[in-house]
Design a protein around this ligand. Structure first.
Ligand SMILES: *Cc1c(COP(=O)(O)O)cnc(C)c1O
Length: 608
């Protein structure tokens, strides 16, 4: 990628979520984590869930669909009323939605009834911020109308502040919300599940113990994602960490130039008439970030002494005269972003998003545990796999505790057919909270076949593991289709093509390997499989490779290309485990030999 990048520190998001959740629970409040600042990125959502949030909240159901498709099954709240035309989708995918308009609630009820459901709604009250919400005088009449609608249930009452009118939450206005909630409960003769006292801007009241009793829910985005950078402007909440998101670009020009433009003044690229102050000649740098990528006004340089002068669509002009240490062309410059800049950077398709975990250094020797089925075992022994790995400075060990393997352990599974991938991935998923998959094979194994309750046929193994055949056995949420890459695909049934197209799985066919080259394909594959995961599993079928004289591999990648793919995997350091299929007593010796050589490359064997 040659454009700017947002690095996302998932560890910070998890810790921020935990801090907010723990403080809120002391006051009997459950927190919904708001993911809209990250466009519903599943990795960010999972970090929030690890931090203990009771559910997720999103403003767009496209994002909710993305969360659901990655296997996230927790309660999800829709923060914005849908247009009438999309009501059905909302009823189907969302557990609770915020509503303030009777017309839309009527439509929700109609559709919910038609598909045999009751949809939970949270009625929003406007306490003066003048964004969404029912005006207090209209609240009880509206509730009366809603109670007549059989397809909806009033599950809560909420309010939203500091959004449009910049009205702050206070003890007074939130006590009003609680009072309205009591009135609604009395009128409806039910007790509300939720009284939702707002967004991050309500947290200062919580910390001061001034949040009125009766409020039992908050919807928190900014404080978790940005560490309360904007919520706690005056006095930061020390337990939260800033900079979970950092925008980075490259310096593409550095020159000494005057600070006043020369010539007759007109309008800039955005129709403004800029004003300049003469500071004499200054050293100026241009970074490859522009208004197409983010809201420039919300950027704060992290590098000492750097100032933002302005930007056009693709060029960010910086004053770097006082940069400490000095900057040169090719250096990378990073920025904090305010919420507006974050939102625009996350929605810009020009900005690469790179979620990552805290890198935990694995010290000491690296370990491998070899798991072979009865067919593959003797073959691995003949190829001296254990000895060769030991020569590469691995300790080959046996492990008893599958769920708590020692840090840095890589499991190598070998078996007669692709069912070995299923066993290997299931074991890998038990030992981690999120992993990716690089599937190097001539086929996708996505056939929608097989019976519930019995092992999937070999051609359906991956469909089952990803839940794409809608039968139990999926490894979600640990293995999300977004983190799965197929490499070297060269045959697919029309049914598999349909499944593949409807899923978020990425496939690099042989045509793409030929077109872009293995290096490029693997760079992208490793990026996708590592994105927000702890690492990835590699599944290799020898049918992916054209081994001279062997019919099953014909038309596949070359032996050299396969080594290149495996070397890229080794170099990335991200491989958690690996499986090789197609190894049995009847396997042709040269195929077995090559397959084992590829495994060695994946474990880091170099020619020199
Ligand atoms: C965006 C939003 C939130 C979250 O706001 P933060 O300031 O990011 O905590 C909560 N509720 C609603 C209705 C929202 O639109």
């Amino acid at each position: 990628m040659s454009g700017p990048q947002v690095a996302i520190d998932l560890g910070r998001i998890e810790r921020n979520a935990r801090a907010v959740v723990e403080r809120a629970s002391q006051s009997g409040i459950k927190v919904f984590g708001v993911t809209k600042g990250s466009c519903g990125m599943p990795q960010v959502a999972r970090a929030m869930l690890r931090g203990g949030v009771a559910g997720l909240a999103e403003s767009r159901f496209e994002n909710i669909r993305r969360l659901r498709e990655s296997g996230i099954g927790c309660p999800v709240m829709l923060l914005r009323s849908p247009p009438i035309s999309r009501v059905e989708e909302v009823v189907r995918t969302v557990d609770i939605s915020l509503q303030s308009e009777l017309e839309i609630i009527r439509e929700i009820s109609r559709i919910a009834q038609r598909i045999g459901r009751v949809h939970d709604i949270m009625l929003m009250v406007d306490l003066g911020d003048l964004r969404e919400g029912i005006w207090p005088n209209d609240l009880l009449p509206t509730v009366e109308r809603v109670l007549e609608l059989p397809g909806v249930r009033i599950a809560g009452l909420g309010t939203n502040l500091t959004c449009f009118g910049a009205i702050m939450p206070t003890e007074e206005n939130l006590s009003q919300l609680v009072a309205y909630a009591y009135k609604v409960e009395r009128l409806a003769g039910v007790s509300l599940d939720w009284v939702s006292g707002g967004n991050s801007s309500s947290l200062p009241l919580l910390l001061d113990n001034k949040l009125p009793a009766g409020i039992n829910n908050l919807r928190i985005g900014e404080a978790i994602l940005q560490g309360g950078y904007e919520t706690f402007r005056e006095e930061p909440w020390r337990e939260l960490e800033f900079n979970a998101f950092k925008l980075t670009g490259d310096l593409i020009e550095v020159k000494l130039k005057p600070s006043l433009p020369i010539g007759e003044s007109g309008y800039d690229a955005f129709g403004n008439q800029p004003v300049f102050v003469d500071e004499g000649d200054r050293l100026r740098g241009i970074a490859n970030i522009g208004r197409e990528d983010t809201m420039i006004e919300g950027l704060v340089p992290i590098h000492r002494g750097v100032r933002v002068l302005g930007a056009s669509s693709d060029h960010l002009v910086l004053d770097i005269t006082d940069a400490e240490p000095p900057l040169v062309v090719g250096d990378r410059v990073s920025f904090h972003m305010n919420y507006g800049a974050l939102l625009t950077a996350m929605t810009s398709e020009y900005v690469e998003k790179a979620p990552m975990h805290d890198i935990t250094e694995v010290t000491g020797r690296r370990m491998v545990s070899i798991v072979a089925d009865s067919a593959a075992g003797p073959l691995l022994a003949r190829q001296s796999v254990g000895t060769r790995l030991e020569q590469m400075q691995f300790d080959v060990i046996e492990i008893a505790d599958a769920e708590h393997p020692p840090a840095g352990l890589i499991r190598l599974h070998a078996g007669a057919d692709r069912h070995v991938a299923s066993k290997a991935l299931t074991t890998a998923a038990e030992a981690t909270h999120s992993l990716g998959l690089i599937w190097i094979d001539s086929i996708a194994a996505l056939m929608p076949e097989g019976e519930e309750g019995v092992e999937a046929p070999e051609r359906s193994v991956l469909a089952r593991l990803l839940g794409l055949d809608h039968k139990p056995g999926a490894l979600q949420p640990q293995l999300s289709p977004e983190n799965v890459v197929l490499v070297g695909l060269r045959e697919a049934d029309p049914a598999e093509v349909r499944i593949l197209k409807d899923s978020r799985v990425t496939a690099f066919t042989m045509a793409e390997v030929d077109g872009s080259g293995m290096r490029e394909v693997m760079r992208e594959a490793i990026r996708i499989a590592s994105s927000g995961t702890v690492g990835f599993h590699v599944s290799y079928s020898p049918t992916a490779t054209e081994i001279p004289g062997w019919a099953s591999g014909s038309g596949g990648m070359t032996v050299r290309e396969t080594h290149q793919a495996m070397e890229a995997i080794a170099l990335s350091g991200g491989m958690l485990s690996m499986d090789v299929s197609g190894l049995a007593a009847e396997t042709e010796p040269r195929v077995a030999t090559e397959a084992v050589n590829f495994v060695m490359s994946a474990f880091g064997k170099r020619i020199l």
